[in-house]
Design a protein around this ligand. Structure first.
Ligand SMILES: Nc1nc2c(ncn2[C@@H]2O[C@H](COP(=O)(O)OP(=O)(O)OP(=O)(O)O)[C@@H](O)[C@H]2O)c(=O)[nH]1
Ligand SMILES: [Mg+2]
Length: 376
């Protein structure tokens, strides 16, 4: 390791903060403008502890199958990286193993993609045993699929963003050891789940309502408000993506004689890495037992239609898109009046911060439960 660092002229120890050079191909898809998603990617890099040193956007009609951005541009990136003293390249678009290998030949820096950044944030945030097992499993599956895992590749990554493992576990580098560890983790996850299933309250007591939605829209804040949580018993709230990784369940009073179990869930994101969706599938499968979903959106974010589509796609993949769903636009307190796009008909505006609209939300949940019951 030290030798490699010295060869590259850098310090033998990895820098404390990664200086990120962000690289993106803009395909100019009118249905999918680059800017909001690229800004989101940069926010993810910062959430993972990186510092943004610069960005390069290349407009192309299609990505280059060999190098993603074209080999001329790759040389330009190498030069700019040196000028900006970047320590890592963060690639926005999906990167195939072959494209990664070819880029590595031209750019003498570690290359990190969006999935690695998201996995890294999850690794930083995982608290429960199940959460840690799920994240580690997702990381190893990703390494297997992307041929990252040989000694050379991992040492190229140095430290920092893209290399963190959850808990104390050291990252495995040997292929066979990765496979062994994957099997071990699967077994341990099974055990955790079996014991959770036996702990689970018998169904039939109070209905289950689940808060779902894009990351950072305020799901945990709403749970805390509705459950009147005391600060020490409160679900973790923070202005950061993926604050919640562990599902929380609270008993909540809605109306005389109406109590529900209210579940908080892990936040979604556009193109949630499939390794993560699979690793968290078991946790999310609990959504199948929900009687009503409250899809929480951020009313103050003009990009909410894209976030809504992403969430709906994931709900579909999980097979829960046909459940009665209430659209609740949170953060209405910071929405500019008459902002575009207008909120869809039938949606309600709420604020976990001021409490505005929460009575309406309670009422809507009760109505939804009643009409669901009437249908049975
Ligand atoms: N202004 C305003 N801010 C809010 C409101 N609700 C939540 N927030 C803020 O939004 C940020 C995210 O809130 P969380 O409750 O952690 O959001 P979440 O949806 O649980 O996020 P993840 O668990 O990361 O998916 C925090 O900084 C909250 O203080 C609201 O109604 N108004
Ligand atoms: Mg949360």
């Amino acid at each position: 390791m030290a030798k490699r660092g010295a060869e590259r002229g850098g310090s033998p120890t990895a820098p404390a903060v990664d200086r990120a050079l962000v690289v993106a191909v803009d395909l100019r898809d009118p249905k999918r403008p680059l800017e909001p998603e690229l800004a989101e990617f940069e926010a993810l890099i910062e959430a993972a502890g990186g510092h943004l040193a610069g960005r390069i956007v290349q407009r192309l009609p299609a990505v280059d199958p060999a190098t993603l951005i074209g080999s001329g541009k790759a040389h330009e990136i190498a030069a700019l990286a040196e000028e900006l003293k970047a320590t890592k390249i963060f690639v926005f678009n999906d990167l195939r193993p072959r494209q990664r290998t070819n880029l590595e030949k031209v750019i003498p820096l570690p290359i990190v993609d969006r999935t690695m950044v998201i996995l890294d944030i999850f690794a930083l945030r995982a608290r429960s045993r199940e959460g840690k097992l799920q994240v580690e499993l997702a990381q190893l599956r990703f390494r297997q699929a992307n041929l990252i895992g040989s000694n050379a590749d991992l040492s190229r990554l140095g430290g920092g963003v893209g290399t963190r493992g959850p808990g104390e576990t050291k990252l495995e580098t040997d292929r066979r050891k990765i496979q062994d560890r994957v099997s071990l983790l699967r077994g341990q996850l099974e055990d955790v789940r079996r014991s959770r299933a036996t702990r689970r309250a018998p169904s039939g007591e109070s209905p289950l309502v689940a808060l779902v939605g894009y990351t950072n829209v305020g799901k945990s804040s709403i749970l805390n408000r509705l459950a009147h949580s005391t600060p020490d018993g409160a679900a973790f709230v923070a202005d950061q993506p993926f604050a919640t990784l562990d599902p929380t369940l609270r008993r909540v009073y809605l109306a005389p004689n109406v109590y529900v179990r209210l579940a908080d869930t892990v936040g979604f994101i556009t193109e949630l890495p499939k390794e993560l969706l699979n690793a968290f599938r078991a946790t999310l499968e609990e959504l199948e037992g929900a009687d009503v979903l409250v899809h929480v959106l951020d009313a103050s974010n003009p990009d909410w239609p894209r976030q809504r589509r992403s969430v709906e796609t994931i709900l579909q993949e999980l097979g829960v898109d046909t459940k009665p769903t209430i659209l609740a636009f949170n953060k209405i307190d910071v929405r500019i009046a008459d902002a575009e796009p207008p909120l869809p008909p039938g949606a309600i505006g709420i604020s976990a911060k001021t409490g505005e609209g929460l009575d309406t939300l309670r009422l809507r949940i009760v109505e939804s439960l009643e009409s669901a019951k009437a249908r049975v």
